[in-house]
Ligand binder design. Structure first.
Ligand code: GRF
Length: 216
C-alpha cells in the first residue's frame, strides 16, 4: 500500500485552511496524505468542529489550563508525539512553538502566512493587522506564503508564494478575504502535495521544488 504522509494540523481559529486540506483529501485532489489529528490552543475554535465533522481526532490544549508555559509545551509535545506526524501544519496557529520542538521537527513544520514574506511578517503582523499594514503601505500586490518553521517568526525556508492584487478601495477585510480565497486555498494543499510527493528539497537554508517527482 502507498505510504501515507501523516499530518497534524495546529489551529486557533476558523480553520478555513484546515477545511481546504480536508476538501482536497475528500475530493482526491490531495492524495497520499492523512490528517491524523487537529490541535487547537483555543477550545472554542470552529476549526475543531470542522475536524470532528470529518471524523478526525480534535483536541484543545490551552495554555490557560496549565500551571506554566513549560508544562503546556510538554503536553503539546507529548500529544504531538502520540500522533506520530510526518508533517505538522500550522494553519492559523497563534502560539509560538518552543525552540526544542522546532528543532525536533526541523523542516517538518509548515506555516501559512497571509502576505508575501518578507513583507508584512514577523511579530506584530498577524490576523487583520497584516492587511492593515499592507494597505497603509500602498502595496499593489500582496498574497500568501507557505514556509517551513524555524526558530524565528516567519523566517524559515519559503516553499511557495502566490500573489493577489491590492485595489485602491480595498479594506483590510476585503483584502484578507481575497488572499484566503485566491491564494491560501490553492497554496496550502499544493504545498502539502509537493511534500507528500517527495518533491521538496533544501539547499543552503532554502527550500526548493524538484521539477520531476523523485521515486519513492
Ligand atoms: C490565515 O489567514 C493564515 O494565513 C494565518 O491565519 C489565518 C488562519 O485562518 N496564519 P483559518 O483559521 O485557516 O481560517
Amino acid at each position: 500500500m502507498e505510504k501515507m504522509l501523516r499530518i497534524v494540523v495546529l489551529v486557533s481559529g476558523s480553520g478555513s485552511n484546515l477545511q481546504n486540506l480536508l476538501d482536497g483529501i475528500a475530493e482526491k485532489t490531495l492524495t497520499g496524505v492523512r490528517i491524523v489529528g487537529v490541535i487547537s490552543n483555543n477550545a472554542g475554535a470552529y476549526a475543531l468542529e470542522r475536524a470532528r465533522k470529518a471524523d478526525i481526532p480534535a483536541l484543545a490544549i490551552s495554555p490557560k489550563d496549565f500551571p506554566s508555559r513549560e508544562v503546556f509545551y510538554q503536553r503539546l509535545e507529548a500529544t504531538l508525539e502520540d500522533f506520530q506526524p510526518d508533517l505538522m501544519v500550522l494553519a492559523g496557529f497563534l502560539v509560538v512553538l518552543p525552540e526544542n520542538l522546532v528543532k525536533k521537527y526541523e523542516n517538518r513544520i509548515l506555516n501559512i502566512h497571509p502576505s508575501l514574506i518578507p513583507a508584512f511578517c514577523g511579530s506584530g503582523n498577524y490576523g487583520r493587522k497584516v492587511h492593515e499594514n499592507a494597505i497603509a503601505r500602498g502595496v499593489k500586490l500582496s498574497g500568501a506564503t507557505v514556509h517551513f518553521v524555524d526558530a524565528g517568526t516567519d523566517t524559515g525556508p519559503i516553499l511557495l508564494q502566490k500573489s493577489v492584487p491590492v485595489f485602491p478601495d480595498d479594506t483590510p477585510e476585503i483584502l484578507q478575504k481575497r488572499i484566503q480565497q485566491d491564494a491560501e486555498a490553492v497554496l496550502l494543499p499544493q504545498a502539502v502535495q509537493l511534500i507528500a510527493d517527495g518533491r521538496v528539497f533544501f539547499r543552503d537554508g532554502n527550500a526548493y521544488v524538484r521539477e520531476v517527482p523523485s521515486r519513492k
